[in-house]
Ligand binder design. Structure first.
Ligand code: MG
Length: 434
């Protein structure tokens, strides 16, 4: 090849031959510990490119494996067509986990094939780094809680979240009515528990939040979550009492399904209200957004439809004057998929992180072209490395495979990226209309 010809070829990215790229295999390793389970997906191809994705935290790897027969021999660069083909196999909550995990892996593969970062498929970037907030586990003593949150600030976090549960009021006699139900009501929706909080109980919740604010001050946003399972009237009473602390939002005070109750809550308090971490697809957000019943939408990209669908949700919310905070509780693979989608959102606020105290979380991957941890000073930096910009650290994955447990029963599959040929054959007729 002449020198002149080589220069011309160099101007075209030749990382792969995208038109001929085909999916040849799907492998999964379920990583976990401390109650967490993260099924990490590897899509293999005929050109040696690997696509990384992740089934939603706590969901079954089978939700992705049942899609394998529908993806073999397909070109992963046809992201939208393949998403349309498989999205009927997802749903709200963990049911969306397989479809979304595959979508991430398709974006990773297409990015690697074309030599562009995954956020380009969501329309390019609005920012160079993505603000994250860390969930901080509850502590009984408000001063200890304040110090724990202050510790996050000392690590560079510029956005915080804490739980303000009914448990604070229930610590005191006459704080919560029907509180024995609280222990038995994990699967009973809020309006049906009969739980109420007294004015005295609410005053104890005020004291708790006030003590925390005393320690962390008011320079940094503080969001709130996990209020407990009570009806909307009690949620409004608590919300009104806590408005004085100017929290960033009240999250999931009631189930997302009850749009008219969300309207009442939003009208009843002076703090932004937020929900969405279990909603599947843009159409799932439509009733809440059309009713202007929320201030902040909170999709979990591993349920809401992956990188591109979550960008569609963000645009739709932007046009309604609603901001986007991203829920995320997975491994670095899903965290980075979120960061890529967030890069492309004009109305992005912050991305949730749940593992900032996990000593091996960062070990699971290497970041292409970067040293150190994924979160640096409260932000994830997203470079223009192709796809998600990650490489798996297979040794660390093997070391941290999830184990069977009483709480979550059996792990499947048990090994790291073992043979999955049992899932190769399509055995269903998928058309959803006649
Ligand atoms: Mg939440």
């Amino acid at each position: 090849m002449s020198e002149q010809k080589a220069t011309a070829v160099d101007k075209v990215r030749t990382c792969s031959s995208p038109s001929d790229l085909r999916i040849t295999d799907m492998r999964i390793a379920v990583v976990g510990g401390g109650g967490w389970r993260w099924p990490i997906i590897k899509l293999e191809t005929n050109q040696g490119l690997l696509g990384l994705g992740e089934v939603r935290d706590g969901a079954s790897a089978r939700y992705a494996l049942m899609l394998k027969s529908r993806l073999l021999n397909e070109n992963p660069c046809d992201i939208d067509r393949l998403f349309q083909k498989i999205k009927q196999f997802g749903g709200h909550g963990r049911l969306g986990g397989g479809v979304c995990g595959i979508e991430m892996a398709l974006c990773d593969l297409a990015g690697k094939a074309y030599g562009v970062p995954a956020y380009m498929f969501a329309g390019g970037k609005y920012r160079d780094k993505v603000k994250v907030y860390s969930d901080t586990p509850s502590l009984k003593d408000p001063e200890e809680m304040g110090k724990a949150l202050k510790g996050r600030m000392d690590r560079g976090f510029e956005f915080l979240k804490m739980d303000i549960g009914l448990w604070i009021a229930a610590e005191f006699e006459n704080g919560v009515i029907n509180k024995t139900v609280a222990n038995e009501s994990a699967t009973l929706m809020h309006p049906f528990t009969g739980i109420q909080v007294t004015d005295y109980g609410i005053s104890k919740m005020q004291e708790y939040v006030g003590a925390v604010r005393q320690i962390i001050g008011y320079e940094i946003p503080l969001a709130s979550d996990h209020f407990g399972h009570m009806g909307v009237e009690n949620a409004i009473r608590i919300g009104k009492a806590l408005d004085q602390f100017t929290l960033a939002w009240y999250e999931d005070m009631i189930p997302w399904q009850f749009v008219d109750q969300w309207q009442a809550l939003k009208a009843g308090v002076d703090t932004p209200v937020c929900t969405g971490e279990d909603i599947y697809l843009k159409e799932g957000f439509e009733p809440l957004v059309e009713a202007r019943a929320i201030s902040v939408a909170h999709p979990d990209l591993a349920t809401s439809g992956g990188i591109i669908e979550t960008k569609r949700i963000a645009d739709y919310c932007r046009d309604a004057g609603i901001g986007i905070a991203l829920h995320q509780a997975g491994s670095p693979v899903v965290a980075m998929a979120n960061a890529h989608s967030a890069m492309a959102m004009e109305n992005f606020i912050a991305l949730e992180m749940h593992s900032v105290d996990n000593p091996w979380w960062n070990d699971l991957v290497d970041i292409v072209g970067q040293d150190g941890d994924i979160i640096k000073n409260g932000y994830v930096e997203v470079t223009d490395a192709p796809g998600l910009g990650l490489e798996l650290n297979e040794e660390a994955i093997k070391e941290h495979l999830a184990k069977d447990s009483e709480r979550r029963a059996a792990v499947y599959p048990k090994g790291a990226f073992e043979d999955t040929s049992d899932w190769d054959q399509l055995d269903a007729h998928d058309r959803t209309w006649s």
